[in-house]
Design a binder for this molecule. Structure first.
Ligand code: 6R9
Length: 664
């Protein structure tokens, strides 16, 4: 793939786009890929003109114990939002991700595990995976885990995380994975919200050579619960000595010795829940996003095949953590449903050195590599040498997810990592969408750096203005999706009203994504970022309200307002304005104390980058904080503060501007 003559880098906000800005599909890709340009156009048209027929056919990509006769039964109408796909079909996800591959590919590697240290790795065949999943399922079954029960998983990136997920799926239990970087408080909130009676964890996690006290965190979380959990299953990872509560806690390796590796797969209705995953919204505590069985798997498998153009024998690596949705859909469920070899990485991009990603690619001969812009930007700062000293000859395709990729990072990824020969699939999607919605297909779509390009099959994106009017042609507005797709979340766990309120009330009859977006004259979509009070820090979603409530929980803080600001590596950083209680004085020490406090309350990913002590916050006369102004100040856009006439006390703003914190 070559850069076209006359090419110029343009930011996503740029207006004119011409043919010269494309990276055209290389000829060998157009011929080898599952879908070429003409194929995309035809299949897309069919998918939106007759979704019933399209998905009836696609549903067959997984095995069903009882075939479905109904395909789509969905309504986005407020008050009656209901989403059902393949609703009378019966299947099991572990059967589809494991058992059905045994005959043809029992000895093929299913999971390549690469440890935190480059000296540790492990390969697990589909046959071994079957045995491990069944054993794990029996350990759970012996602890009375049954269909419909919720199980919280708080594990590092070790193979047991995948075994545990699939074991739950095998029994019909609903897993709720909590990212192992979350604090005991955050973990406790997530255990109690879904009423898990069983928690799966490890003695310690290991990341970048540092140990994370996972079991101790679980103990601390359980202390905060109104009702204790029945069982804690502890996987041995580092061999550390940890406290074990008799009767409640059990070592996984000991429990696994007592069980066989045979366990029947529970017949599951297509609409039975598969997992809950908590994610941040603009208000309140994190929501339990609920995904179900049939539609989710069909969609995860299909997108994995087409977006990554996954062919038999390819080695595929997604660097996400299973604590996020990307790990669910594109490390575990999508790839394994397709009988792929999926790489699972325990470590971090810069340990032991900045060459780690590229060394792992060479070590395991990775063909498809899927990571996040924040990692690319961080590695870009380390220069080209760590990349260039590796071969990366096995690489064929690169992917990006989690936040908008700035054209500078895109070009570096393309030119340096991919040696100019690998297309980049910039995939836009969300925890709520279950799988990728807007993306290039490598054999079909000419690329524009910074654009997620075109909708996947069955996806009907629209741009709307503030009044909900649908905008045609080249336009900028809020991104909504007009009709359902099989991977869509079904509800907020335990709170269907919140589901309707959050996603279907702003633009009645449409799914509101919370993202702003521009469509250019070629029909390409450019995601511009969140339009709500959600910030995206290193690709992780953070509700500003969550950080604010952690701050105000500190005894010396009276009020806090949190906004995002542009950050070179993280994409967005966390900027906190803090008003102290009367009699408290700002100090560097207190600043550090508050950062540590938020880390403890939520987890390191929520640490404020900058804290500004403010005697007052800009408020309207009705007492509403004017975040627009706070955002502008954090972005250094002082001239641009907009209308301040509704402020109760305009003097507050001058003080805020003159005390703006600088990047450290
Ligand atoms: C998969 C995932 C979702 C939010 C989403 C958007 C941002 C994700 C993106 C992207 C631009 C992309 N986002 N992918 N923005 N281009 N390719 O990340 O899910 O953690 O729920 O975050 O991330 O703002 O709304 P999740």
């Amino acid at each position: 793939m070559r850069k076209q003559a006359g090419f110029s880098v343009r930011e996503p906000g740029g207006k004119t786009v011409s043919e010269q800005n494309y990276f055209h599909v290389p000829a060998e890709w157009a011929s080898r890929a599952f879908v070429d340009k003409a194929g995309y156009e035809a299949m897309y048209k069919a998918s939106v003109e007759n979704p019933e027929a399209f998905w009836a056919e696609q549903g067959k990509r997984i095995d069903w114990f009882e075939p479905y006769t109904k395909v789509k039964n969905t309504s986005f109408i407020p008050g009656a939002v209901s989403i059902k796909w393949f609703e009378d079909g019966v299947t099991n996800i572990a059967h589809n991700c494991v058992d059905r591959h045994l005959e043809k590919r029992g000895d093929q590697v299913a999971i390549i595990w690469e440890g935190d240290s480059p000296t540790e790795s492990r390969k697990i065949t589909y046959r071994e995976l079957a045995s491990e999943v069944n054993k794990f399922a029996n350990v759970l079954r012996n602890r009375d885990v049954q269909k419909g029960d919720r199980v919280t998983i708080y594990l590092p990136m070790i193979p047991e995380a995948a075994f545990a997920m699939l074991a739950c799926a095998r029994l019909g239990a609903v897993h709720s994975i909590v990212f192992a970087g979350f604090s005991p408080d955050s973990l406790a909130g997530r255990i109690s919200d879904c009423g898990s009676k069983v928690v799966i964890t490890a003695d310690e996690g290991l990341r970048g050579g540092r140990k994370v006290p996972l079991k101790a965190n679980v103990d601390a979380a359980i202390e905060r619960l109104p009702e204790p959990v029945d069982h804690v299953i502890v996987v041995r990872r580092t061999g550390a000595t940890v406290a074990m509560e008799p009767g409640r806690d059990v070592w996984y390796h000991e429990a696994a010795e007592m069980v066989t590796d045979e366990c029947p797969a529970e017949p599951m209705n297509a609409e039975d829940p598969l997992f809950i995953l908590y994610t941040s919204g603009s208000t309140g505590k994190p929501k339990g996003v609920l995904h179900t069985t049939g539609g989710y798997l069909v969609y995860a498998a299909m997108t994995h095949q087409y977006v990554f153009d996954y062919h038999e024998g390819d080695i595929y690596w997604c660097t996400a953590d299973v604590g996020w949705v990307t790990g669910h859909s594109y490390i575990v469920y999508g790839p394994l449903a397709n009988g792929a070899t999926t790489l699972m990485f325990e470590g971090v991009p810069n340990y032991p050195s900045n060459a780690r990603f590229w060394e792992v690619i060479d070590k395991h001969q990775v063909n498809i590599f899927y990571t996040a812009p924040t990692a690319i930007r961080a590695l870009m700062q380390a220069g080209e040498d760590p990349v260039k000293k590796t071969s990366r000859a096995s690489l064929r395709l690169l992917g990006s997810v989690g936040e908008p990729i700035n054209p500078e990072a895109w070009h570096w990824y393309h030119r340096v990592v991919g040696e100019g020969r690998c297309p980049i699939v910039d995939t836009w999607w969300q925890t709520e969408t279950g799988g990728i919605l807007i993306t290039p297909l490598p054999g079909a779509t000419a690329l524009k750096p910074g654009s997620a390009t075109r909708p996947f099959f069955g996806i009907v994106p629209q741009l709307v203005d503030a009044e909900g009017r649908v905008l045609d042609g080249a336009a900028e507005g809020n991104l909504v999706i007009a009709d359902s797709w099989p991977g869509q979340m079904r509800t907020v766990y335990g709170d269907h009203e919140r589901f309707e309120q959050t996603y279907f009330s702003t633009y009645p009859g449409k799914y509101f994504t919370g993202d702003g977006c521009r469509r250019d004259e070629d029909g390409y979509y450019w995601i511009t970022g969140r339009v709500d009070d959600v910030i995206n820090v290193s690709g992780h979603r953070m509700g500003t309200a969550e950080v604010e409530s952690a701050l105000v929980a500190h005894p010396k803080v009276s009020e806090a307002a949190v906004v995002g600001f542009p950050h070179d590596i993280k994409g967005q950083g966390i900027y906190a304005y803090v008003t102290l209680m009367a009699g408290e004085n700002p100090s560097e020490e207190l600043r550090k104390e508050l950062v540590a406090w938020v880390r403890k309350e939520i987890g390191p990913i929520a640490s404020p980058d900058l804290i500004q002590f403010a005697p007052g916050l800009p408020k309207t006369r009705s007492g509403k904080i004017m975040r627009r102004i706070l955002r502008k100040i954090a972005e250094d856009q002082f001239e641009n503060l907009g209308d301040t006439s509704t402020l109760a006390d305009p003097g507050v703003v001058e003080d805020l501007v003159s005390n703006r914190q600088n990047k450290r």
